[in-house]
Each structure stands twice: as structure tokens, then as C-alpha cells.
Write a protein that binds this ligand. Structure first.
Ligand code: MRU
Length: 350
């Protein structure tokens, strides 16, 4: 069971992205034929979710290399450096973005001494396809590991969208749920609407309906009540970056869910590929937190409900301390009670 939709696809020499700003009302692809267009699509949330952002950036560099392959090598390499910088500036929190760009740059450096720009462009496209394929494989593997933690009949709360739309396919948090359902377990998903950008109400709700997985949409503020009423058995979320000590950055509103889960003795699981681990950062305090436009809080789309002169804060992510995380679910297995020693041991495995 995998959402039939391709979140990202390569068609006729360009990257195509499902326009996630328009779901669920409209389904359309946006074409990106340059790194600049891809960076714009990431910044503007056409594509979002940490692994999907990384894949999009990889294709953004591949499409740029194909666009520039006629240039002399010196000019080609200079413009590729600029493209990488542009993509790296598109969003700050998801480490998969920087991981994918670094991997693409290594691919350029390896080929650079011997190869012409056209051969490097071909190598970069191959590398982008590999990053996409590996992401799907990682999600399937972590889905299988995580499914073992889900009991038959479980009622699982999730926040934001960590599904096929947030990855190259299958999803992380929703990948665990999909794998559990594939394995014959009955699961009901409680979907936080995820204020202010409504990734839960718009995207997760849509994905689960498409797959026929029972789902109930709730206002974010209802989570504590449902936990207290005994209606939630587990929380599963994705993440944009895990620091070396196991602190986890995810969509704003995740941290209060972890606190509530602890209060009510409910397991709090975080599902992510190894590419989301950032061992360079000692703790979550060092994770850059994106602040987005005030307009996301004062209204939605063309509708405005807050008075125009009101001051607004709009942090897009928060950090959940490692001690509130029951387990990290990765493609290499489950890291229970994550701490630095356990995380480093998993990251070292090949
Ligand atoms: O702002 P977004 O929609 O990009 O935020 C996405 C999330 O917070 C996801 O939970 C996270 O990237 C994990 S996606 C598998």
C-alpha cells in the first residue's frame, strides 16, 4: 500500500512536483526547469517535508546542470556553486536539504577532474534518482520496523504531514501506519489539523482517505482532551532534524504533544531516515528554527481574520527534548530511549 501519487517525478527533462499548496481542492504538478525555480518551490511550500525537500534540491541541481551543460567548465562550476547556495538558502530547518546538496556536490567533485559538464550533468541526474529511490526504500524499511510497535486496533495520533507527500514515497510516520495496515493491523489515525499551515487537515487527511485508512481529523487543541479520555494509544510524528543527543525538531505543536503523551503514559514515536540525523549539532538548541510569514497566522489563503496591525510570531518548528521520545524509528531499526551513544552507534552502521 503506497499512495499512487508521485510527490516528485522526472518528466521530459524537468522536475515535476505535486503542488501541495493546492491540495486537497486541486491536484496539479508544478514544473521546475532550473535551480532557481526549485528553490522557489521549496520556499513557497509547493514541496515540503524534510525528505521531499532533500530530493527536490537534488533534482534542482541536476536540472540546473543540464541547463548549463553547454557552458565552458569554469563558468559551469561557478554557476553550479551559486545554484547550490540558492537551494541551501530556501529553508533552514530540514537537514535533509543540506545533506542532499552535500551529496550532490561530492558527486560533482568526484567527476570534476576528468569529465565535461555534460557528463557531470548526467551523473547528477543519476545521483538525484538514487536519492529518490533510497528514500522510498528507507521509508519502506522503517515502516516495517515501526509497524511492529503498533498494536492491532491502535488509535494513533499524528501531527503535520509525514506521509508520501513529505517524502519520495510511502512516508515516515505515515509509512509506519501504512506498513502496519499492510500487515493486517487495524489502525485509526487521529490527524491534528496542524495550525497554521494545515498540513494535517489538507495533506494527511487527503493521503489517508486516498488509501482508505480510517482517519479522524481533530483541532490541535483537542489532543489533550482525547488523551485524557483514553482515546489515543500512541503518537507518531516525523522530524526535520535530530541532534546528536536525540533532541528532535518537528512541526510547531509537536513538543506540546510529547509533553501531553508523557503526562498520560502514551508512547511518543519519531520516524525518520538516517539522513535526518545531524550529528554535527550537540543538542536541539542549535537547530535553526524557521520563522515564517505573519500572514500564515493572521489568516489563510485570501481570508484574513486578525486585525492588520497585530504583532505576530510564527515559528514553524519546535524542539522536543530526547527524554520525551520513546523511540526513534529508522530504516536500520528502532532506537529506544535515544541518546548520543545509541544514535552514534546506529549512524555508524552500514
Ligand atoms: O513545514 P513543513 O510542512 O515542511 O514541515 C514538515 C514536518 O514538520 C514533517 O513532520 C517533517 O518534515 C517530517 S516529513 C517526513
Amino acid at each position: 500500500m503506497t499512495l499512487k501519487v508521485e510527490t516528485l517525478r522526472w518528466r521530459e527533462g524537468a522536475l515535476e512536483l505535486v503542488d501541495q499548496r493546492r491540495l486537497p481542492l486541486d491536484f496539479a504538478y508544478v514544473r521546475c526547469s532550473s535551480a532557481a525555480q526549485t528553490a522557489e518551490a521549496i520556499r513557497d511550500m509547493v514541496v515540503r517535508g524534510a525528505p521531499a525537500i532533500g530530493c527536490a534540491a537534488a533534482y534542482g541541481l541536476a536540472v540546473e546542470a543540464l541547463r548549463l551543460e553547454h557552458l565552458a567548465p569554469a563558468e559551469f562550476f561557478a554557476q553550479m556553486d551559486e545554484a547550490a547556495a540558492l537551494l541551501a538558502a530556501s529553508r533552514p530547518t530540514a537537514v535533509n536539504l543540506f545533506w542532499a546538496i552535500a551529496r550532490m556536490r561530492r558527486c560533482v567533485e568526484t567527476a570534476r577532474p576528468a569529465a565535461a559538464p555534460s557528463a557531470i550533468a548526467a551523473a547528477l541526474l543519476g545521483q538525484a534518482h538514487a536519492i529518490r529511490d533510497e528514500d522510498i526504500a528507507a521509508n519502506r524499511a522503517l515502516g516495517a520496523h515501526g509497524a511492529a510497535l503498533i498494536e492491532d486496533g491502535a488509535r494513533v495520533l499524528t501531527h503535520c504531514n509525514a506521509g508520501a507527500l513529505a517524502t519520495a514515497g510511502h512516508g515516515t510516520a505515515l509509512g509506519v501506519i501504512r506498513s502496519a495496515v499492510e500487515g493486517g493491523k487495524r489502525v485509526r489515525v487521529f490527524v491534528d489539523e496542524t495550525r497554521p499551515f494545515l498540513q494535517g487537515a489538507r495533506l494527511t487527511a487527503w493521503e489517508l482517505l486516498e488509501d482508505g485508512i480510517p482517519a479522524t481529523l481533530i483541532a490541535d487543541v483537542a489532543a489533550g482532551y482525547l488523551m485524557r479520555c483514553g482515546e489515543i494509544d500512541a503518537v507518531i510524528v516525523g522530524t526535520d532534524r535530530v541532534a546528536a543527543n536525540g533532541d528532535v525538531a518537528n512541526k510547531i505543536g509537536t513538543y506540546p504533544l510529547a509533553v501531553l503523551a508523557r503526562r498520560h503514559g502514551i508512547p511518543f514515536y519519531v520516524a525518520c531516515p538516517i539522513s535526518t540525523l545531524d550529528l554535527e549539532l550537540a543538542s536541539g538548541e542549535q537547530i535553526p528554527i524557521e520563522e515564517r510569514s505573519a500572514s500564515e497566522v493572521t489568516g489563510f489563503g485570501d481570508v484574513r481574520w486578525a486585525p492588520p496591525r497585530i504583532a505576530v510570531r510564527n515559528p514553524a518548528f519546535d524542539v522536543t527534548p530526547a527524554d520525551l521520545v520513546t523511540a526513534l524509528i529508522t530504516e536500520r531499526g528502532v532506537i529506544e530511549h535515544p541518546d548520543e551513544a545509541r544514535i552514534r552507534a546506529f549512524a555508524r552502521q552500514e
